[in-house]
Design a binder for this molecule. Structure first.
Ligand SMILES: NC(=O)c1ccc[n+]([C@@H]2O[C@H](COP(=O)([O-])OP(=O)(O)OC[C@H]3O[C@@H](n4cnc5c(N)ncnc54)[C@H](OP(=O)(O)O)[C@@H]3O)[C@@H](O)[C@H]2O)c1
Length: 377
């Protein structure tokens, strides 16, 4: 195909006077360097992390749509109290969209083998018609896998594999997982079954529990149920799940650590003023509840709470280990690591206030998928 000199891409800026500005721009298509490829983007999902970068902490009730240079644009107010956290991004026009899939239409001399191949890519700037990116950030997809099927082949699948690996490094084989009805949660249910990991799934609505049970989850607890606290202690005691991967935060992290301490105290044989000797770990890997993470007392002194980020996990892996993870994802892209999507929308549609109101809820169900090649409506 003839490569156009320019293509549309989505950019997010927060200005020093407190305005979030999300717009489409026409940008030059960069020629790939020796170890890069040029990908014609065909499918890219809107993930929770993208919503965070697109809108920051802006007040979505103040969204206003308009145009800039004839292209769609959205603005919103950023509350004054949030501005101090944003100092490092003020005034920068940031590229949006952390992953996606498309066809390699140009390749540097060391990446010629990818020419014409369909690939999944990981790296900001995927909400774009064309993306020039390191060949190492690409996963070559099997011939019969469409761009839509490969669009979410990296962030959530690698995170699910990273979570299991992190659990194992700590010697664990059972864990609590929150917001478990998420796309990632469903992958983890299927992966845990294959890996022999015992998963205690925490959801917040009865229909989410039914959905996970239908795909084979054995332990599912609904945090809105009146007996949640007791059932959580009971299930942790019976499974030995002393590690939690928590995408929610807020009060939930502390409630789970408390339940772990209660469960551990059941098998303790003597009293210690320091609490039980059982190590309790919480990895807070998402911010679905924007409230501060709250850890109460009653959990003894043997515990840890830390963040967990896919990119930190990947940085510590050598090339062989990364290739092994890619192979694993490729094998399961239509099974363990499959995602569901609604009807694809165009880049401009993703800037419609009604569409934003829908995907910004980060609700359970099919992800919103952008096809950047769909024309502007
Ligand atoms: N740290 C990392 O490297 C990393 C990597 C990948 C993903 N993640 C995180 O993993 C999480 C899941 O991602 P995904 O793409 O699978 O999400 P998703 O499919 O969009 O699902 C989001 C889920 O979160 C639930 N949820 C939203 N707000 C909640 C709240 N306040 N309390 C409890 N549950 C809430 C939703 O349930 P309702 O329908 O009930 O709202 C829904 O089930 C996200 O937080 C994402 O940022 C982190």
């Amino acid at each position: 195909m003839t490569i156009p000199l320019r293509g549309l891409e989505m950019r997010s800026t927060i200005t020093a006077d407190g305005v979030m500005d999300l717009r489409l721009v026409e940008a030059a298509v960069a020629d790939p360097a020796a170890d890069e490829v040029l990908v014609r983007m065909e499918a890219t999902p809107i993930n929770p992390t993208d919503i965070g970068l697109m809108f920051g902490p802006s007040d979505l009730g103040s969204l206003e749509s308009g145009t800039a240079d004839g292209l769609p644009r959205l603005t919103a107010r950023v509350p004054a109290g949030a501005m101090s956290f944003l100092r490092l991004r003020l005034g920068q026009s940031l590229r949006v969209g952390v992953e996606g899939a498309g066809t390699v239409v140009g390749a540097g001399e060391r990446m010629r083998h990818l020419e014409g191949r369909r690939v999944a890519v990981l790296g900001d700037g995927c909400f774009a018609q064309f993306r020039t990116i390191s060949g190492d950030a690409c996963l070559e997809l099997p011939d019969d896998v469409s761009a839509a099927e490969g669009a979410s082949a990296l962030v959530n699948p690698l995170t699910a594999l990273g979570i299991v690996e992190t659990l194992r490094r700590n010697g664990g084989r059972a864990m609590v997982h929150t917001a478990a009805a998420s796309s990632l949660g469903k992958m983890l249910v299927r992966l845990a079954a294959e890996e022999g990991i015992v998963l205690v799934n925490v959801v917040r609505r009865p229909e989410q529990a039914e959905m996970l049970q239908a795909i084979g989850a054995q332990h599912v607890l609904d945090s809105s149920a009146p007996d949640f606290k007791d059932r959580l202690v009971e299930t942790i005691a019976s499974t030995g799940a002393m590690t939690c991967f928590d995408a929610v935060g807020g009060k939930l992290t502390g409630r789970i650590l408390w339940a772990m301490e209660q469960a551990a105290s059941r098998s303790a044989t003597s009293y210690s003023r320091y609490g039980t000797a059982a190590m309790k770990r919480a990895y807070v890997y998402g911010t679905l509840d924007p409230a501060p993470v709250e850890i109460g007392r009653g959990i003894g002194l043997t515990w840890s709470v830390s963040g967990w980020l896919l990119f930190d996990f990947l940085r510590d892996l050598d090339a062989v280990a990364q290739a092994r993870l890619h192979d694993r994802v490729r094998d399961g892209v239509r099974t363990i690591f499959a995602s569901e999507y609604g009807h694809p929308i165009g880049l401009a549609d993703a800037l419609s206030p009604e569409v934003v109101a829908d995907y910004a809820r980060r609700r359970t169900g099919p992800k919103v998928l952008i096809d950047p090649q769909l024309g502007l409506s």
